[in-house]
Design a binder for this molecule. Structure first.
Ligand SMILES: [Zn+2]
Length: 1075
């Protein structure tokens, strides 16, 4: 049920990258000795317990709402989430509708179709993109983009799964919500794409030719997106693993599309796929939130009553893959690498778990088993594999249970060729050993409590709760099972607890035997490095295209030239104002004028401890205390700052005080909802400064120990805080080597998969001190440091240990540290009162004098010591191309748009956003074929960057960036009041995201720490709301002067060949090998 484990393609890359996806209604457990886990005695969910009686009455009555066009099929209350569900069927079309009334203003709508493909042409994925490109009622080129530009949505995207395609939207504003619903319904049911072949060409694939003498090339948004996916070794391993287990059903093909197969998809097949799969009778429609149920049904009937149930929905049913392997399968596949990289292998062992439905109880137990095996560094299978030293990091992700059939995958990457079979053996031996020896009681207690905490808290971060529920229900519903049964967990939880009571850990060892050990339907996939693969693929594609070209007559070539030109012409064509006016939108008067504030109380020298305490009193946190302790790290020398991420990881993973690594991890699992430690720096506003651009030298730099627990366990949570901060085992050499290898491997994959963020960080590092420091701890430079620390850990550990001890003694210096400590507490009044003594005791027990002699610098008026050190080592601005094995590019270019001391108005963010969702989307994504094209404008430092994501172009994207200012000037001069309003609404939507209760507290804490006043925020919002055409013109002129080829520097992540080609075309840059 985890949203993250199956292979899913998303419409908007960055939206999904920046949002934390959460488990969608996965089950949880509870340990045998319930006395140790007070949490388990709660019988009512967090959500349900906070609803007032008025609200409850309204929710209950919503379940009996009727509409003449619909039958009520079923109704149900999911008490766990306060979800009042009614299942309707539309009489005429046969569409099924799950209408959920809930006391949550973050409303969610989604329509999902069963779209199991029979080949790897990517037809489902291409259709997902294409239906959002204009429809009957909304004839603009991309209504989807109009919604991104100017709605208050809290979620807007589309997903292609291996067997379904989902179109979800969310908004906190009712009018906005129904606008989104209308556009999405019209898009999926009446898309332009089924009658206009240019959509298929643009979003899927097409041949491009500029003249008879030039080379044919393949272009297309999905084609290019998938090329990016297929050049990532990790996703190749995942794909081959899934394919290998399903030789006979739809899961054996790639719904996203294999770049080698995509060009075999004809327009006719594409159109037919829509006709059969996008029929209402084959859909599952979901509504959630506090809007009126009548209104939902009314809107739906408008769309659905045009359709007749043809009774063909069963044709899209996913058929079961039978467990037919009598012998495990073994396969090897190549993955692309370069000669300079270590030639390591990857291996996954994969099981197909079931070929008939699993019960809710079984699924829950499997989720706990998965947690026991893999979820924390101390989980037995993860720990054994990592400590073996055979590889760098874990692959596979364990249990995946959101499709019809569940799988389990586990392996390692970064292994030597001769160790591949050792890894395989180790996996099987470890599992066998567990079935013999069983699980320890406290391991079970920790896993049970962790999962139960997650389920009850149901904290989905910025991901709408309703969407989590929708995705969870879909894992049953689209297989014609009860949609609410597997988002409920109380009964399965109770059953598992009682099962554990009577049978002990054999509950889990039994599952292990049945689903893994004795299951021969499994495969081993080994990925072998191939330095020639990337070139081979390029050559193969060239040969195919040359072959195609040689068989084409001059007339046919001319036709392709014409079509290429026509597509470009259509893409460059502006939508008419009449077409744009069809897209329903809000007006400026619909927007909230006021900034949302979440009041805090600040107490200096709290209870004479010398420590500052910030309190966020919330209406209800359902019995949970959210706590953060911030410790100042500014006295650590800048040269050692890249070591702090390792220091924070050691704090969590090597054990602390009386506890070894396993004991500590289980303690955290048993008594808390999680603890984390990380370091963060952030720019602050200078005292008395009027929102002016700075060089980024005023900073705070803190180490944050963060966690949550029920109020009964506040004391244990805080005891853990103290231990990990003061008494972690820094001398754990073997563990530290393991962590550094794992970090190296993770950062390397991340550069290949998210190169745009590394390019951005590099650009920022050239112009601002804050950016420079950030790059040291999370950019390309960080990877270099990690490699050096690894070398030190292996060859001169005492030197590394001395540095780590130095960091600890510096940040805990007795006569100073408490002056820089701040505690942030988020809870309701009841929890705050009851944990008061625990907090005081904790603060008193922290290191340092209650009246510190030394004080930290005033960071709001003085330069941060790291800034001083950074300025001394920051080099000249230069152009760089970073080499990694990849078939796509991440092209970045940027410069300072505002000088230090200049005033940057709130309107700047409106205009940058307008550029991103307009010109850059059109030029870099639609015309250029990149998966994403963006720009960023840093509020505090005035630095502007252009970026592309999985981009087939290189120099072409530079040219697009360099032409941006002219395009913006033209747009600014012709800007209509509607366009202006759209841009403003979009920017306000960005400000007002839906926040969970702990996020509200964290937001206000960050504002306070940044020295940002409520007046400043309101002024910023006022400026956004008042953005004018003149602001656009002024901004565009500024860009014209500063965002030029000469003034911008470049940072590109790409292959060596592409970088060299760009240099040949006159783009000077330094070549830097990264991996
Ligand atoms: Zn896509």
């Amino acid at each position: 049920m985890r949203f993250t484990t199956s292979i899913v393609y998303v419409m908007l890359s960055l939206a999904i990258l920046s949002r934390t996806s959460q488990r969608a209604g996965a089950f949880v457990v509870q340990a045998k000795s319930t006395s140790r886990i007070p949490w388990s005695t709660r019988s009512c969910s967090a959500l349900a317990s906070t609803a007032s009686s008025d609200v409850l009455e309204k929710l209950t009555s919503s379940m009996s709402v009727t509409h003449p066009a619909f039958d009520i099929v079923d109704s149900d209350v999911v008490k766990e989430y306060g979800a009042y569900c009614t299942m309707y069927q539309h009489k005429k079309s046969g569409a099924q509708v799950l209408s959920v009334a809930a006391d949550d203003d973050n409303k969610v709508f989604g329509i999902t179709f069963r779209t199991p493909p029979t080949d790897s042409t990517g037809v489902a994925h291409i259709l997902e993109h294409s239906v959002l490109c204009g429809s009957r009622k909304y004839p603009t080129k991309e209504p989807f983009v109009e919604l991104i530009k100017g709605s208050l949505n809290t979620f807007l995207n589309a997903f292609t799964y291996p067997d379904r395609t989902c179109y979800p939207v969310a908004s906190q504003n009712t009018k906005d919500f129904y606008n989104l619903v209308n556009v999405y319904l019209d898009a999926v049911l009446h898309p332009r794409a089924t009658s206009d072949p240019y959509v298929h060409a643009q979003e899927g694939w097409h041949l491009e030719l500029s003249s008879r003498s030039s080379d044919l090339v393949y272009k297309g948004v999905v084609y290019n997106e998938m090329k990016g996916v297929y050049s990532s070794p990790d996703s190749l391993l995942g794909r081959e693993s899934q394919r290998s287990l399903f030789p006979d059903n739809t899961y054996g093909v790639d719904s996203g599309g294999d770049p080698r197969v995509i060009p075999t998809l004809s327009f006719e097949d594409f159109r037919d796929f829509h006709a059969t799969k996008y029929d209402p009778s084959n859909s599952r429609i979901f509504f959630y939130g506090d809007d009126e149920v009548e209104k939902r049904l009314e809107i739906l009937d408008e769309y659905l009553n045009e359709f007749e149930d043809k009774g063909t929905a069963s044709e899209t049913k996913v058929s079961w893959q039978k467990k037919t392997f009598t012998e495990p399968k073994r396969e090897t596949h190549p993955y692309p690498t370069t000669p300079d990289q270590p030639q390591t292998h990857m291996v996954n062992v994969n099981w197909l778990l079931n070929d008939s439905p699993l019960s809710s109880d079984e699924l829950l137990a499997l989720n706990v088993l998965d947690h026991l095996l893999l979820s924390t560094p101390s989980s037995v299978l993860r720990k054994t594999l990592m400590e073996s030293g055979l590889g760098d990091s874990i692959t596979g992700g364990g249990l995946s249970d959101e499709l019809l059939q569940a799988t389990f995958s586990i392996g390692l990457k970064g292994i030597k060729q001769e160790d591949v079979s050792k890894v395989e053996d180790l996996i099987h031996e470890t599992l066998a050993k567990i079935t013999m020896e069983g699980f320890e009681d406290d391991a079970i207690a920790a896993s049970m409590n962790s999962i139960e905490f997650q389920l009850r808290e149901f904290n989905t971060g910025s991901f709408p709760r309703g969407l989590s529920l929708m995705l969870g229900s879909m894992s049953n519903w689209i297989y014609e099972r009860d949609p609410t049964s597997n988002i409920k967990f109380e009964s399965a939880l109770a059953a598992l607890k009682s099962d554990l009571e009577s049978r002990g850990d054999s509950v889990f060892t039994g599952l292990l035997k049945r689903f893994l050990i004795e299951n021969t339907h499994r495969s081993t996939i080994e990925m072998v490095p191939d330095t020639a693969l990337e070139k081979k693929q390029v050559d193969e594609e060239k040969a195919i295209l040359a072959e195609i070209k040689s068989n084409l007559s001059d007339n046919e070539l001319d036709e392709i030239i014409e079509k290429t030109a026509e597509l470009k012409r259509l893409q460059a064509l502006e939508d008419t104002p009449e077409a744009i006016a069809t897209i329903p939108s809000l007006t400026l008067s619909d927007l909230d004028k006021e900034v949302k504030e979440y009041p805090i109380a600040v107490t200096d020298n709290y209870a004479d401890t010398g420590i500052t305490v910030v309190t966020n009193k919330m209406v209800s946190t359902s019995g949970i205390l959210y706590a953060t302790l911030a410790v100042d790290v500014s006295d650590v020398p800048l040269s050692d700052v890249p070591l702090i991420p390792l220091f924070t990881r050691i704090a969590m993973e090597t054990g602390a005080g009386p506890y070894d690594d396993v004991q500590l991890s289980r303690r955290i699992g048993t008594y808390t909802g999680g603890v984390s430690v990380r370091m963060s720096t952030s720019g602050v506003m200078e005292d008395d400064a009027d929102d002016l651009v700075t060089e980024g030298t005023k900073l705070t730099s803190k180490l944050y120990v963060k966690g949550k627990a029920t109020k009964d366990n506040a004391d244990k949570l805080l005891e853990i805080f103290n231990l990990v901060l003061t008494d972690s085992k820094l001398d754990s050499q073997a563990k530290i080597i393991e962590m550094l290898k794992e970090t190296r491997s993770r950062v390397e994959s991340s550069i290949q998969g998210s190169g745009h963020s590394y390019a951005n960080s590099r650009l920022m590092s050239r112009y601002s001190v804050n950016g420079f420091i950030g790059e040291q701890t999370s950019g390309i430079t960080y990877l270099k440091s990690v490699k050096q620390y690894l070398d030190m850990a292996e060859n001169d550990f005492p030197a590394l240990l001395a540095k780590l001890e130095g960091i600890r003694s510096t940040i805990l210096k007795a006569n100073k540290c408490r002056d820089g400590m701040i505690m942030n507490l988020v809870a309701d009044e009841d929890v705050l009162n009851e944990s008061k003594d625990d907090v005081e005791k904790f603060l008193n027990g922290l290191p340092g004098d209650a009246s510190p002699e030394e004080k930290f610098t005033n960071f709001y008026s003085e330069e941060h010591p790291w800034a001083t050190q950074a300025k001394a080592v920051m080099g000249d601005v230069k152009n760089e191309g970073f080499v990694v094995p990849t078939q796509v590019n991440y092209v970045g270019q940027g410069a300072r748009l505002y000088d230090v001391g200049e005033k940057m108005k709130g309107s700047a963010s409106v205009i940058a956003r307008h550029l991103r969702t307009g010109y850059l989307w059109d030029t870099v994504r639609v015309i250029g074929g990149a998966y994403g094209g963006f720009c960023t404008l840093s509020g505090g430092t005035g630095i502007f960057t252009f970026l592309s994501y999985r981009d087939p172009n290189f120099v072409g994207s530079f040219e697009a960036y360099e032409a941006a200012a002219d395009a913006l000037i033209e747009q600014a001069e012709n800007l209509t009041s509607e366009q202006l309003a759209t841009a403003i609404i979009g920017a306000v939507g960005d400000l007002d995201s839906a926040l969970s209760v702990d996020a509200k507290g964290a937001t206000q804490f960050a504002r306070w720490l940044a020295n940002e006043s409520a007046e400043t925020r309101q002024k910023h919002r006022d400026e956004i709301l008042a953005t004018s055409k003149e602001d656009f013109i002024e901004f565009a002129k500024r860009m014209k002067e500063r965002m030029t080829k000469e003034k911008m520097s470049t940072a590109v992540i790409s292959s060596k060949g592409s970088i060299e080609e760009a240099i040949e075309q006159g783009r000077e840059m330094e070549i830097v090998e990264v991996l």
